[in-house]
Design a protein around this ligand. Structure first.
Ligand code: F6R
Length: 598
């Protein structure tokens, strides 16, 4: 949540900052701003709304080649220009950008009022950070030391970058539970919340860990530990291409990413299959497998839905009990973990704070953590005992699509690896089957046009198809803003069927032969009450024709692999309903791609 950029180098900083912010807009996009040094004083420019609102009125000039910028996802105070970052300190000596939440901001305000700090121009928790750093800077005249003293007083989570009006030679920064990376250039250096912000300028990157500080000059970057002792940090080379983070001819990132799924799935799987045999090369799994009694999966949102499907396939193929927990609720189960437990965390970004806090609890209990992640070098990657990477490539659209199907691929591989059930050939076919499922696009588009105005939509399934229904419903909610729901079909008659009336639209998933007949009966029940039914199936059966108004046929897979194929029409449906409604699919309201607040 929220994106931070910083630049110190030659020439005006504002174009570099704005370009960086445009690559971070997925982290929050309700307001933005930049600040740079201008002949010994700080110039701040900010605007409510998307980044274009800032660039429309940006005045470039007098810039000393040092600046910081921010794109916001509001927590404290609405998305107004006043609440946008950067925030100036009371005497305009310091300017800061902040990502996270300062939990004790009221107590800090109170304390600072004794020193005459009583003027606040915003409703944010962040502005107090500028005042606090200034308060310490006025006595020490050491910016890093002032930041350190301020941080010692703060509670909460933060990535902070700060400048002082009279120090054109440095940017200082700190992080705790919010990501920050440093890009290394020639005579210039960069700071950002994520790699895409700097990728057009450099591929040489250093990662900052929690409780670490950074001081960026034009010629050197220094990293410091919590007590400000210097640290040597390795430089990593980013090997992915900026083009993979661009739209490549599609109208939106989301549509591009939906279409990238066959490639992403193929890459995630095929690299791990050598001479027809799966090899994950996960020592942790190999050492734990013989004595493993149970597995706990932890994740949020779409990654949680991938975890539910992971549970089903592991239970079926391996025969081990698996529990799946929503990361923000994990505290209540963590106390039952022991060193014999394996916890699997699932995350696209590897920065989701709820998931991070969950694995910290798990590790504290002695459990081992294996993470399924998309972003190399992310905080979760660094805090896990082992990582199984998905090869989805950068996912920019806020609604997760290719990250989800590659997470399913990772779970299928884990289940195969633990069970030795030798279904590699069928696994390798999945990418082509997803490609075939994408051929439903025109049909789905027509259906989406017909249903775009419908506010009564229900997704049904049984077993693993219910989990697909949950994910389908989340996709529709987040990009179409339709208050739809997902139900286990058998549970409907226990209450929710009261909602069904003429005009209700039911989307049903039927990929499992064991539950097929029962699903057909449930669909007849909703049709008898006036609902229209769209059935999505990989199975062939005559009885469905009487239970559905329309049927989407998908390629047949091994049944436990079917969720990877059946989600495709649902992603397209959500996408085209949203575009029919004229909505911004890549950046839906109220959301952000990387959720770094609890
Ligand atoms: C929905 C979506 C979110 C994320 C969730 C976890 O489309 O993207 O529900 O799945 O916020 O994010 P990661 O996977 O980055 O931990």
């Amino acid at each position: 949540m929220c994106g931070i950029v910083g630049y110190i180098g030659q020439g005006p900083s504002s174009p570099v900052l704005v370009e960086g912010l445009s690559k971070l807009a997925y982290r929050g996009y309700d307001s933005s701003g930049i600040a740079f040094l201008d002949n010994g004083s700080i110039t701040v420019q900010k605007a409510a709304g998307k980044l274009e609102k800032l660039t429309e009125r940006l005045i470039i000039g007098g810039d000393e080649g040092i600046g910081i910028g921010h794109t916001r996802w509001a927590t404290h105070g609405p998305a107004t220009t006043e609440n946008a970052h950067p925030h100036l300190s009371q005497h305009k000596q310091i300017v800061i950008v902040h990502n996270g939440i300062i939990e004790n901001h009221l107590a800090l305000k109170n304390e600072l009022s004794w020193f005459g700090y009583d003027t606040y121009l915003s409703e944010t928790d962040s502005e107090v950070v500028a005042h606090l750093i200034e308060h310490f800077y006025r006595s020490s005249h050491d910016l890093l030391e002032a930041l350190h003293q301020a941080v010692e007083k703060m509670e909460g989570s933060y990535a902070i970058a700060a400048l002082a009006a009279d120090r054109p030679q440095e940017i200082v920064a700190v992080r705790k539970n919010s990501p920050l990376i440093i890009g290394l250039g020639e005579g210039e250096n960069f700071l950002a919340s994520d790699v895409p912000a700097i990728l057009s300028r450099t591929r040489r990157v250093m990662y900052l860990n929690d409780d670490e500080y950074a001081r960026l000059g034009r010629e050197k970057v220094e990293i410091f530990a919590r007590d400000l002792s210097p640290i040597d940090r390795e430089v990593c080379q980013i090997d992915w291409d900026i083009k993979t983070a661009e739209k490549g001819g599609y109208d939106t990132f989301t549509l591009k990413e939906i279409h990238e799924q066959p490639r992403a799935i193929r890459e995630t799987i095929s690299h791990r299959i050598k001479q027809g045999r799966l090899s994950l090369e996960l020592e942790l799994l190999e050492s734990m497998a013989p004595s493993l009694q149970r597995i706990t999966i932890v994740a949020c949102g779409t990654a949680y839905h991938a975890g539910l499907i992971g549970k089903t396939v592991i239970e079926e193929l391996v025969g081990l009990p698996v529990q799946v927990e929503i990361a923000s609720e994990f505290w209540s189960v963590a106390r039952f973990l022991t060193p014999a437990d394996l916890v699997i965390a699932v995350s696209q970004s590897g920065e989701t704070i709820d998931t991070l806090q969950a694995i910290r609890l798990a590790r504290r209990a002695g459990a081992k953590v294996l993470s399924i992640l998309n972003v190399v070098g992310s905080t979760l990657a660094r805090e896990s005992d082992a990582v199984l990477y998905t090869w989805a490539g950068p996912e920019i659209g806020v609604a997760s699509t290719k990250a989800y199907t590659t997470q399913l691929a990772a779970f299928f591989m884990l289940a195969l690896s633990l069970s030795g059930s030798g279904q590699e050939a069928e696994l390798l076919e999945l990418a082509d089957q997803v490609d075939q499922a994408l051929a439903t696009e025109e049909t789905i588009r027509r259906i989406a046009r017909e249903q775009a105005a419908n506010e009564k939509i229900m997704f049904l399934g049984r077993g693993v198809d219910y989990y697909t229904a949950l994910e389908a419903s989340l996709k529709l909610k987040e990009i179409s803003y339709i208050n739809c729901l997902a139900m286990p079909a058998g549970e409907l008659k226990h209450g929710t069927i009261a909602l069904v009336e003429p005009g209700t639209w039911v989307v049903a998933f039927l990929t499992q032969s064991q539950t097929y007949d029962k699903m057909v009966s449930n669909l007849k029940e909703v049709r008898a009450r006036g609902a229209k039914v769209l059935a999505i199936t990989c199975l062939s059966g005559d009885s469905l024709a009487d239970a559905a108004d329309e049927i989407i046929h998908l390629p047949k897979t091994l049944e436990h692999y079917a969720p990877m194929v059946s989600i495709i029409p649902a992603q397209l449906l959500a996408y085209y309903i949203a575009t029919e409604r004229g909505l911004d699919v890549d950046q839906p309201r109220n959301l952000a791609k990387s959720v770094t607040v609890e």
